[in-house]
Write a protein that binds this ligand. Structure first.
Ligand code: TXA
Ligand code: MG
Length: 321
């Protein structure tokens, strides 16, 4: 299995589950984005995820669990974390918890950290997969490191066929952005990555305000790395662009995502709401790469609970390389 380059593409959870149990790598949909997973307690398989993704070895993987009880076998759940888990999962929330793991072999869970990022996903396919294997599945987002995450099956197949052992077909992600990452082990609680969950709802539940660590913080290793960047230069603008202000070369292919139509775009997606913006953003960015556009313009998101998460992804995607 280890070095096979034949990728089985299947809807059958049992086939995908067997491949995982044999130490294989499986791509699967979740409600947020596609994940690239291995059984968490198989360090060799977990290491292969880093190779396939070209992921820096100090950036730990999120472990996916079927229930709170399963998490408790591997990590300590404090009072605030438990409240968040009980109220917002299964769903797009990841909690940083203190690890109970003592054996060196299992330390791959965390890239050697003493914490584990734990998530109980809601998506039917991954839940059935977790139940089948009866073990946690470590899975970062299924994308080559630095590239946009993947929310369409066709992108998952195009990028990972021949690289992984199996691609599990199932309903495509409905959220479109990676899970919200929270460290509620001590106060103040830290929002390490904004996602689709409204931070205010979590704050209200706990009656506590969350802080946002600066992007160069060492607390969430992923924040150190460049992310989500398509090939073309991406610019964030307030309004539907006019040609005059853009100063374009004549034959440049321009892509646009925003809340109104733009006639000059070679390729565009018009969204009605932030929810739709989040849902379609990565598909848009991946399509920009496929269509080899020259420049990408993205409208700033609307001011609601999803603004922070969308703006965060846009800023990372617009990083000058
Ligand atoms: O929605 C999601 O969370 C998707 C799906 C597949 O579940 N997964 C995902 O994984 O986005 P990834 O690897 O792309 O992002 C994981 C983030 C990274 O920023 C990583 O640094 C952080 O979580 N992380 C993982 N373990 C951590 C830990 N022990 N302490 C702090 N941050 C951690
Ligand atoms: Mg990722």
């Amino acid at each position: 299995m280890q070095h096979s380059h034949d990728t089985i593409i299947t809807e059958d959870v049992a086939i995908a589950g067997k491949i995982l149990l044999q130490g294989g790598i499986v791509i699967f949909p979740t409600e947020t984005v596609y994940g690239i997973g291995a059984i968490s307690t198989k360090p060799e398989a977990c290491k292969r995820i880093y190779e396939i993704k070209n992921r820096p070895s100090d950036n730990p993987l999120i472990a996916h669990f079927s229930s709170i009880e399963e998490i408790e076998k591997y990590a300590k759940i404090g009072i605030q974390s438990e409240l968040l888990l009980k109220n917002f999962t299964p769903g797009p929330l990841t909690l940083i918890l203190d690890s109970k793991i003592t054996s060196f072999e299992d330390s791959i869970f965390t890239s050697g950290l003493e914490t584990i990022a734990c998530r109980i996903p809601a998506h039917t396919s991954v839940r059935r997969l977790l139940e089948y294997v009866g073990l946690p599945i470590s899975a970062p987002s299924a994308n080559i490191s630095g590239k946009p995450s993947i929310t369409r099956e066709k992108d998952a197949i195009a990028v990972f066929s021949g690289k992984v052992d199996c691609i599990l077909k199932g309903e495509e992600p409905i959220v479109g952005l990676e899970s919200t990452v929270v460290d509620a082990r001590k106060l103040p609680i830290q929002l390490l990555r904004a996602g689709s969950l409204d931070p205010q709802k979590m704050e209200n539940l706990l009656n506590l305000r969350f802080i946002r660590p600066t992007s160069d913080s060492s607390l969430s290793p992923g924040n150190r790395y460049k992310h989500y960047a398509p090939n073309a230069k991406l610019t964030i603008i307030e309004e539907n662009p006019s040609l005059e202000i853009l100063n374009l070369q004549k034959d440049e292919k321009i892509a646009w995502i925003g809340f109104s139509k733009w006639d000059k775009a070679f390729f565009q997606i018009v969204v009605q709401s932030n929810q739709e913006y989040a849902y379609r953003l990565y598909a848009f960015l991946n399509e920009c790469d496929l269509q080899a556009v020259d420049q990408i313009y993205c409208q700033v998101p609307q001011k609601d609970s999803l603004q922070e998460a969308i703006a965060n992804r846009l800023h990372k995607a617009s990083d000058p390389r």
